[in-house]
Design a protein around this ligand. Structure first.
Ligand SMILES: NC(=O)c1ccc[n+]([C@@H]2O[C@H](COP(=O)([O-])OP(=O)(O)OC[C@H]3O[C@@H](n4cnc5c(N)ncnc54)[C@H](O)[C@@H]3O)[C@@H](O)[C@H]2O)c1
Length: 372
């Protein structure tokens, strides 16, 4: 198969769909790989590493779109890329089509076989291509929170771990899933006092077994949230109800009761946020202060660390990409329910039920379109 990878053109996106190591894996499997010049530079992979791995370097992204059977990207294609779609092209990337009707229509009109990272679901119901970004955002949330606790950013002016003879910071984590657990790991590692709240008692038990006496677990309800926020120095918002709207646990009325210069990192902002006072910010201007509380609400936190993010993402995406390339998308779908779960559009038809629901459309079963 001819596999392509172009430079991401979305603002502030420095990740890349294939690393030089990925190129080696595709070439070892008998495929040809075409990389746009400079595609990996933002993630610290210079062109010569791709050439050494066996890729062909191409100057012009449009030439790659026309040439390849499968395009591997990170972000959804932008409008200027829609005219480059062609019948039968496999597009393997994050798509988030439920929120993007225009792109969905372009993929359907272009008869693109679109495989979305975010809908690939393993047999244990995990989402392997989403998890690495949550791991990164969780770990980064403490790193960023620690920074904004510094006085010059409006923070309290405290060190997360303290030093002997001074209090450690109180870190409160709302939601103990992938983001919350990874935040917890770093906060505990830095020596902070950590309290983690969740409504899933089984999850709290797992966290208790994992971190033992290093953390306090609490059932998440309004009273407990209000109580712990009063003493919090750093709050991490990491709540998610899959397919539902994010509950606003962090209420505006709690702000005056909180410490002046406390920091709230609302990681869940990409799903609307779990703070009533949260609104989305960017890496260029990441924080704002409301009632003395520093709010950090960046919607694409992994973008701050593109090298780690690229490696973590491609560690997850490579194996499915190789499966698709091995015998074509149709055969990969026949063999694997996991690959089928990733297919969002096929031959001009929408094949994902949740995306269909979001747009009031009908979804086809991809296997009815492919056949046995
Ligand atoms: N900003 C970013 O760059 C970025 C990056 C990655 C993930 N995220 C977001 O972070 C959020 C968390 O992602 P995740 O992968 O950890 O999800 P997850 O499903 O692994 O965890 C969510 C947790 O929230 C808990 N929860 C649900 N309702 C709750 C409540 N009322 N009180 C307390 N806990 C509650 C769930 O039981 C679960 O343990 C999502 O919104 C995700 O989209 C943001």
């Amino acid at each position: 198969m001819r596999i392509g990878c172009v430079k991401e053109i979305k603002n502030n996106e420095y990740r890349v769909g294939l690393t030089p190591d990925n190129v080696k894996a595709y070439i070892a499997a008998g495929h040809h790989v075409y990389i746009e010049k400079g595609a990996g530079v933002g993630s610290g992979f210079p062109d010569n590493e791709y050439v050494e791995a066996g890729a062909s370097l191409i100057d012009n992204a449009a030439d790659i779109w026309h040439l390849v059977d499968m395009m591997v990207k990170v972000k959804e294609p932008l409008e200027e890329e829609y005219p480059l779609f062609h019948d039968g092209l496999i597009l393997y990337t994050y798509l988030h089509l439920a929120a993007d009707r225009e792109q969905l229509d372009a993929l359907l009109a272009g008869k693109v076989k679109a495989v979305a990272y975010e809908t690939i679901q393993e047999t244990d119901r995990s989402l392997p291509c989403l998890a690495p970004m949550s791991q990164i955002a969780g770990r980064l949330s403490i790193q960023e929170g620690a920074k904004y606790l510094e006085k010059r950013f409006g923070g309290e002016g405290i060190l997360l771990a303290g030093v002997p003879g001074t209090p450690k910071a109180n870190v409160v984590i709302l939601g103990g899933g992938t983001v919350g657990m990874n935040a917890c790991k770093i906060a505990v590692g830095m020596g902070a006092n950590v309290t983690i709240l969740d409504v899933n008692l089984k999850r709290l038990e797992e966290l208790d077994n994992m971190f033992g006496a290093h953390i306090q677990t609490l059932y998440s309800n309004d009273s407990n949230v209000e109580r712990v926020l009063k003493d919090a120095d750093l709050v991490i918002g990491s709540v998610l109800i899959p397919g539902g709207s994010t509950p606003k646990l962090f209420k505006r009325k709690y702000l005056p009761e909180m410490k002046d210069g406390a920091v709230f990192v609302d990681v869940a902002i990409d799903q609307g946020g779990c703070g009533e006072s949260s609104h989305v910010t960017t890496h260029d201007d990441p924080v704002y202060i409301e009632e003395g509380v520093v709010h950090y609400c960046v919607g694409n936190m992994p973008g701050a660390v593109p090298r780690t993010s690229t490696i973590a993402l491609t560690n997850a995406t490579l194996r499915y990409g190789l499966e698709i390339a091995a015998s074509g998308l149709e055969d990969a779908c026949r063999k694997s329910a996991v690959i089928r779960s990733g297919v969002n559009t096929y031959a001009g038809r929408l094949t994902n039920r949740n995306v269909a629901l979001a747009h009031g459309m009908d979804a086809s079963d991809v296997m009815d379109l492919i056949g046995d």
